[in-house]
Ligand binder design. Structure first.
Ligand SMILES: [Zn+2]
Length: 152
């Protein structure tokens, strides 16, 4: 086993202790402090990485710099490589909107849209962009992201 292979094995082993299998969905659910958050893991001596991105890297291969790792299962905590796929930022925005955008007749955001906003933001979509997508103020988006609304 070469260096890279053994490092990969070690990381996979470390990861496997941090998630639980959901028998209902087959998701590998990362244990995060709050539900609906992305899992993160410290890698080597360096910074922390998003667990789903790390899972993709270790199990499926490189992530081109213009691509995001998206969830088929719509569970941000999931690190099952079978549920992950690559998408462009454009597809990411469209995916977020399809899953979470409020219907035009609803005046208030639901907790579900708030989750989607946080998730889209985690995926690198700007707050101004999110405000436009959900038709709310940037301040409102900022409050949601910082957990001042729908913290649960
Ligand atoms: Zn999943």
């Amino acid at each position: 086993m070469n260096d890279i292979e053994s490092k990969r094995e070690k990381l996979l082993q470390k990861m496997s202790k941090k998630w639980d299998l959901s028998e209902l969905t087959g998701c590998h659910v990362w244990r995060t402090p709050l539900p609906g958050e992305y899992g993160r893991m410290r890698v080597g001596g360096g910074g922390r990485m998003y667990a789903h991105r790390l899972s993709y890297l270790l199990n499926k291969g490189d992530i081109p710099s213009d691509m995001n790792v998206l969830h088929q299962c719509d569970n941000p905590q999931c690190v099952n490589p079978e549920h992950l796929f690559l998408g462009t930022q454009r597809e990411n925005v469209e995916d977020c909107m399809r899953k979470g955008r409020k219907p035009p007749t609803v005046r208030k955001l639901t907790a579900h849209s708030a989750d989607s906003i946080r998730r889209c933001w985690n995926n690198g979509i700007k707050q101004t962009e999110l405000a436009a997508l959900w038709n709310v103020s940037v301040q409102h988006v900022n409050n949601i992201i910082n957990g001042r609304k729908w913290a649960s």
